[in-house]
Design a protein around this ligand. Structure first.
Ligand SMILES: [Zn+2]
Length: 491
């Protein structure tokens, strides 16, 4: 396949640029992963989906991609600043669990959600706690370069000093004077030289649960540090693409750049990419807003903002119908339109093998393919590509109705095209059209098994309960236990 060059919007330069990897055919891709202290909500899913499509398209273009997506399991403090409680330690206190139990619980939950939305696993999924040595070494290099200083067992990054010699604020478009004028943060000022300085190593208070020895005493790494240390370890001091949600541009990504330049003397990333937010009725999706519904709530429809349940593939399709750099507003009307659209696409694909070839062509499949590739190469323009796929569906339906002709060769080309773009690139699975409520008899049958399993568990017959779940799983019916009860889907 030779679909021509890929152009992506580099948020560092704010320009659409031709993507050329540093060491073709290899591509190094780093994406900031979740902080595993709570359930993933749909807004998080959109960000990971954006980079899933990038990963899939890069592979389609023939690149060998090393995709690193981390798990933040220490150091991310409440309010995203460098004072206050660790998010994971706080949750451990509230749930009365060991912090690593919290990490495991929500890492498992995150993986379940990624599988549900058919988001591919990365090549490497490193954790912050697994890379303490690398982080401590990086702090040492930053201190040695003169841009880090120790104060009372913590180590801070000297932002004003760094900014004298290097660009700071380039990615987020912030100027150091404005940042200084706008800051009212006096926290830690008994230790920090400037309110703009950020912690790269924090001294742990005696009651702190997550702490490690270091040359500066017992403490834990600053949040921004892990991504710099792990991207350097697995992708090198300079690598191709760094992605994340738009809200991570500042301070997180800005600090990552500063740390790498200070430690190793290089800007770490050649292309920065940022996905936009998911909003609900125009407001950012967040748990605190009461609109951050979980994937389970979405599937069951069990939330005051949902008119009904939607399948994971409907949600995936809905998100792909919007360009990743635009905000996407969630509404029931838009979801229902996506549900119908996806069904139309899937039905057309199912018709393909049954079409009767003719001895001539009324549609130019090669041109259609070319337009699809051009859309993807134009900064992953999935909405434009999906419009072309609807055109393909129209052609298939017309051939089926006897209104258009296609040769066997064109049909084969169309089949391969749909297979590649719909399944491999957009990652849409078959069960897309079969939301549980579509097939009433099957739904009733599975619900009967769910009831039998609940009865078995009620009389403490866990062996039978597990056997019901496992046998259903073996025939492709996955049960999922949620707070609101057990749901099912085709797995
Ligand atoms: Zn990060």
């Amino acid at each position: 396949m030779n679909p021509g060059p890929l152009f992506i919007t580099n948020t560092l330069t704010r320009r659409k640029e031709e993507f050329t990897p540093l060491r073709p055919p290899h591509v190094g891709l780093y994406v900031c992963g979740p902080t595993v202290y709570s359930d993933v909500h749909l807004g998080n899913v959109r960000s990971f989906l954006t980079f899933d499509v990038l990963y899939r398209w890069l592979r389609q273009l023939g690149y060998t991609v090393r995709y690193v997506r981390n798990i933040t399991d220490v150091g991310h403090l409440v309010d995203d600043v460098d004072h206050g409680e660790d998010k994971i330690a706080k949750r451990a206190r509230l749930e009365q669990l060991e912090p690593m139990e919290i990490v495991q619980k929500y890492t498992n939950g995150f993986h379940d959600v990624m599988r549900l939305f058919n988001i591919l696993p990365p090549s490497i999924e490193p954790t912050a706690t697994g890379h303490l040595i690398e982080q401590i070494e990086m702090v040492k290099r930053i201190v040695a370069s003169g841009y880090g200083y120790e104060a009372n067992g913590s180590v801070y990054f000297d932002v004003p000093k760094f900014a004298e010699q290097h660009a700071y604020g380039e990615l987020s478009g912030r100027k150091i004077d404005e940042l200084l004028a706008n800051t009212r943060d006096t926290e830690g000022m008994d230790e920090k030289r400037s309110p703009l300085d950020f912690a790269i190593w924090k001294k742990a208070e005696p009651q702190h649960l997550m702490k490690w020895p270091s040359p500066w005493g017992v403490g834990f790494p600053g949040w921004h540090l892990e991504c710099s240390a792990m991207s350097t370890k697995y992708l090198g001091q300079t690598f191709d693409i760094h992605g994340g949600g738009m809200d991570l541009k500042f301070p997180h990504h800005e600090c990552e750049i500063a740390q790498s330049v200070a430690a190793d003397g290089h800007a770490p990333v050649r292309y920065w990419m940022h996905g936009n937010m998911l909003t609900v009725n125009g407001r950012k999706m967040a748990k605190s807003e009461g609109n951050g519904f979980t994937p389970e709530e979405l599937l069951t429809g069990n939330h005051k903002l949902l008119e009904k349940g939607y399948s994971a593939m409907t949600v995936r399709f809905f998100m792909l119908q919007c360009h990743y750099a635009s905000t996407l507003d969630f509404s029931n009307a838009a979801m229902q339109a996506s549900e119908k659209g996806l069904e139309r696409l899937m039905k057309a694909m199912a018709l393909l093998p049954r079409l009767k070839p003719a001895d001539g062509d009324d549609a130019d499949i090669a041109a259609l393919e070319q337009r699809c590739h051009a859309a993807m190469n134009d900064d992953l323009n999935t909405p434009v590509m999906i419009a072309e796929l609807f055109e393909a569906a129209r052609i298939i339906n017309s051939v089926n109705d006897g209104k258009l002709k296609l040769t066997a060769a064109s049909m084969e080309k169309l089949r391969a095209l749909m297979q590649t773009l719909v399944r491999d690139v957009l990652g849409l699975r078959d069960e897309a059209t079969a939301s549980p409520t579509d097939d009433n008899a099957l739904d009733a049958l599975v619900k009967e098994f769910i009831r039998l399993r609940a009865e078995a568990k009620g009389r403490k017959d866990f062996a039978t309960g597990d056997a019901i779940r496992d046998r259903l799983a073996a025939i492709g019916i996955a049960l999922k236990d949620t707070k609101g009860g057990t749901t099912w889907e085709r797995g």
